[in-house]
Design a protein around this ligand. Structure first.
Ligand code: NAP
Length: 252
């Protein structure tokens, strides 16, 4: 039987790459989406194939409707889409709201919110039993920032992730009777490149020891939760938002 297809957005690095590798080992045909780093995406595909799994890479900006449609057309070429991980996300450098440009806020919501909603739309069109689909599972990657608000750093990012939490709850209820489960993970401080992208390459080393578990998390620790939410082991979970934050809740 053909492997079910899983699209992981932003899977060339960090949490997305870890999720793609675990999903390949779990028997999914993994579509590894990336924005710019073709070599990193090729490495992830190579690792999955070397381990006996199936995978392919596709470039595309999730903030572009045209690109999203092309990404899903690529996925359709590999079989039946039964999973989506809305992982692609961006931050920006630390700033107060009063200093944020419209372009910055627009990018934050275009990639993190519009991108996730467009990908979910395409997934639901394919998975919904209402339109003859075979069902499936969607996992959105939110952030502890949605609860913390990230004052003085990136309130725009936190607000975008808050939208992802609400989107998760609403979409979960909308499609719960159509064979689709929709859940989210809310990672805390995870050791990936994203902190350097936000101008704080030392963020993991600086904040890790101050967290309740006295360390930052790894991309694999988030990926394992995502894989569980995608799997039949989570068959009665929908609309759930799982904190993967080492106990981080209201501390900065
Ligand atoms: P990362 O290491 O910076 O990787 C980001 C990934 O997203 C890369 O594969 C990148 O692809 C891709 N990407 C960026 N913009 C894209 C776009 N417009 N379209 C498609 N792909 C795009 O990030 P990460 O830390 O793994 O974060 C992954 C997710 O977890 C994000 O949603 C983030 O907000 C969330 N999160 C992370 C943390 C953390 O501490 N790391 C905490 C909470 C939540 P290219 O390399 O090809 O550009």
């Amino acid at each position: 039987m053909a492997a079910p297809v899983l699209l992981v957005t932003g899977a060339s690095r960090g949490i997305g790459a870890a999720t793609a590798r675990l999903a390949g080992a779990a028997g999914w045909h993994v579509v590894v989406n990336y924005a710019r780093d073709a070599a990193a995406a090729a490495d992830v595909v190579g690792d999955i194939v070397a381990a006996g799994g199936r995978a392919s890479a596709v470039r595309g900006d999730v903030g572009s409707e045209e690109d999203v449609q092309a990404i899903f057309a690529h996925a359709d070429g590999h079989g039946v889409l039964k999973g989506l991980v809305n992982n692609a996300g961006v931050v920006d450098v630390a700033a107060r709201v009063e200093d944020m440009s419209a372009a910055r806020i627009e990018r934050m919501f275009r990639v993190n919110v519009l991108g996730s909603m467009l990908c979910a739309r395409e997934a639901v069109r394919r998975m919904s039993q209402r339109s003859g689909g075979a069902g499936g599972a969607i996992v959105n990657v939110s952030s502890a920032a949605a609860k913390l608000g990230s004052p003085g750093l990136f309130v725009d990012y936190a607000a975008a992730k808050g939208a992802i939490d609400t989107f998760t709850v609403g979409l979960a209820k909308e499609v719960a009777g159509e064979g689709i489960r929709v859940n989210a993970v809310r990672p805390g401080i995870i050791d990936t490149d994203i902190h350097a992208s936000g101008g704080q390459p030392d963020r993991v080393a600086r904040l890790g020891p101050e967290l309740p578990m006295r360390r930052a998390g790894t991309a694999d620790e988030v990926a394992r939760a995502i894989l569980w939410l995608l799997s039949d082991a989570a068959s009665y979970s929908t609309g759930a938002i799982l904190d993967i934050s080492g106990g981080r809740s209201v501390v900065p």
